[in-house]
Design a protein around this ligand. Sequence first.
Ligand code: 5AD
Ligand code: SF4
Length: 327
Amino acid sequence: MMLHDKFGRQITDLRISVTDRCNFRCVYCRSADPENYREHDEILSWPELNRLASIFKTLGIRKMRVTGGEPLVRPGVEDFISHLRALGVEDISMTTNGHLLADRCARLVSSGLNRINISLDSLDSGKFERITRTKSFASVMNGIDAVQSSTLAPAKINAVLVRGINDDEVERFAIFARERGLIMRFIEFMPLDGDRHWTRDVVVPAAEVYERIHSRWPLEQIPHHHSETARKYRFADGTHGEIGLIAPVTQPFCGHCSRIRLTADGKIRTCLFSKEDHDLRSLLREGASDEDLEIYIRSVVMEKEEGHRINHADFRPPTRSMVFIGG
Ligand code: 5AD
Ligand code: SF4
């Protein structure tokens, strides 16, 4: 029996955070500050992660995304990907900030990675370096180039738009997609930031992004699978490149959600906005059998939340920021 919840949603997609560490310190991500790092023994070891991945595979998980923190800062991540490949996971992807990618891309490909998402919130090197608090614009661009000349192409580039910070760059990002033939995805800013800067006023609605791009370069919708988060568009003039719009705030897609998350410290999160996590690590370290773990995971998934409540008056943001939850 596949994993499903009480609303009848099949859960086929697992995001695994392999570390809470990061080599960037994005201004909106307080968890990347060293004082918030977990002790090493609180983080799941590779053998523990390998075992859990096998169990999740048995439970019908077909897609696994490796995230962080920044997954490439943890030595051994390529071996983990090879393990997922050997298990027969159909779709293996990674979300990275791209800083270490140029040197690692070839190894990721040979480990069996299928897809890669690179976070890039500005195409202006000065602004990029102010947001990430690192001098790394050139290395990220090199990382993107490495992906574009590998079998992982086209790269998916994720930009979180924040009004007054990078919303002036929508057209520039669209040109970037057209020139490089990559998939440029715009994500609405969600109230997950460590510093609680989120207000509705700084969310840039996907409809606005669509209008701005479509009025200069007409877009044609590409059919999408209902559990996909992004609406996808190609350029009607036939230029390569693709636009994706992800609108968790203005057009929630919770009704078709197929995702759960495993945090670096071994907690299951059934929703980005969960009020609490479920402690798989303790059970694992107390010597639970595979069957015990399967029963526990099934029971946790059954209680997955119906959806986020960003648009409800009683909304309260979760206590963990994105870096800990794992994009
Ligand atoms: N809202 C939307 N996306 C976010 N990310 C980080 N914080 C937020 C937020 N508050 C994105 C990152 C990256 C992925 C891991 O999640 O930019 O693309
Ligand atoms: Fe690192 Fe991502 Fe947080 Fe930036 S947002 S500090 S890249 S984990």
